[in-house]
Design a protein around this ligand. Structure first.
Ligand code: XIL
Length: 323
């Protein structure tokens, strides 16, 4: 029997942005994927299509095919679009390996990339992950092509360039492992505080929330959100999935997973976080089994048959209970 109301309806009614990362291929070909996506979400992020590697197949060439497919789907279905991501150390174009650039050439390349991509989706992308994962797990700046050639200034530059062409988009710094108060989130706090002091147009911080051993302590996540909010930044949960080490998974882990999702939504609603994005639609679409084979393989809200899981119902009930 069809439901009377969907998770998306509950998110719309609560004025909350509930999102999913999407891939371009199933968007074109898979009716079940569409159905689940429309049932669950009012926001999408391109899982890979807006990254530099996929968009820049050859020197001097931009390929917007997949990114446009995601943007068009969002528009047709009245969904908000989060842009992911302009500057990252991973998924770089393959031809970078052959390119013998000077530091100035790399800076010019990056400026052109940010201007072109953020400019193309101006007015369409509401929030951009301008820089992704610039901080290493120990809180130092991560070595990357950008940091090696340009030093710290690449972050300031990237945000300024994005702001040149997309002044109405919210510009985010996004990272993993910094969801609760810890060494890494301390370092990100200092990084962003320094950028704000220098007048860099950074509007928000994305907490990825890849939870591979259940979610982090919700109290500590709330405290982390509050300190970023006190800096004047918006906070989004940008890439949530919830798994447990296979060797030590809770019994009925789908029930526990539902509680974990709901606990993070609780923090969002209590602390003024208006966006929570899940990193995929169905368990069978998730990146987790390939990248983290030691954890449970069902981290998302829909199962492989497009049936909603307990976590779907838990989020829906919580969103219906917001007044
Ligand atoms: C992942 C995608 O889900 C995979 O399909 C891809 O092979 C690798 O990247 N942090 C991020 C995301 O910011 O872009 C990553 O997405 C997951 C970790």
């Amino acid at each position: 029997m069809p439901e009377d109301t969907t998770l998306r309806d509950a998110a719309d009614a609560a004025d909350f942005r509930l999102g999913a990362a999407v891939a371009a291929d199933p968007l074109r070909t898979d009716a079940g994927y569409w159905t689940s996506l429309r049932r669950g979400f009012n926001t999408v992020t391109a899982e890979n299509a807006m990254k530099m590697g996929p968009m820049r197949p050859e020197p001097g060439v931009y390929d917007f095919t997949d990114a446009d497919a995601v943007a068009n789907f969002a528009e047709e279905h009245d969904m908000a679009l989060r842009g992911h991501t302009l500057v990252w150390h991973n998924q770089l174009p393959d031809w970078f390996q052959e390119w013998d650039y000077t530091d100035d050439q790399l800076a010019a390349f990056l400026r052109d990339h940010v201007h072109t991509v953020a400019g193309r989706y101006r007015g369409t992308v509401e929030a951009w992950d301008v820089v992704n994962e610039a901080v290493a797990d120990d809180g130092t700046m991560r070595d990357s092509v950008w940091y090696d050639a340009l030093g710290d200034r690449y972050l300031d530059d990237a945000f300024r360039w994005a702001n040149d062409v997309a002044p109405d988009a919210d510009l985010f710094y996004n990272d993993y492992g910094a969801d609760a108060v810890n060494e890494k989130s301390d370092a990100i706090y200092e990084l962003l505080e320094g950028m704000l002091d220098r007048g860099v147009p950074v509007d928000g911080v994305g907490l990825q929330m890849h939870a591979l051993d259940g979610v982090p302590d919700p109290e500590s996540v709330a405290e982390n959100v509050r300190r970023f909010s006190d800096l004047g930044l918006d906070v989004h949960v940008t890439e949530m999935d919830v798994a447990y080490p296979e060797a030590d998974a809770p019994e009925n882990h789908r029930e526990r997973q539902a509680e974990d999702y709901r606990d993070i939504l609780d923090v969002c609603l209590a602390e003024g976080v208006d966006t929570l994005v899940v990193w995929g639609v169905r368990d069978s679409d998730s990146w987790i089994p390939e990248w983290f084979p030691h954890v449970t393989e069902d981290p998302l809200l829909f199962d492989a048959s497009n049936d909603p899981k307990p976590a779907y119902h838990a989020l829906k009930e919580r969103l219906e209970d917001t007044d």
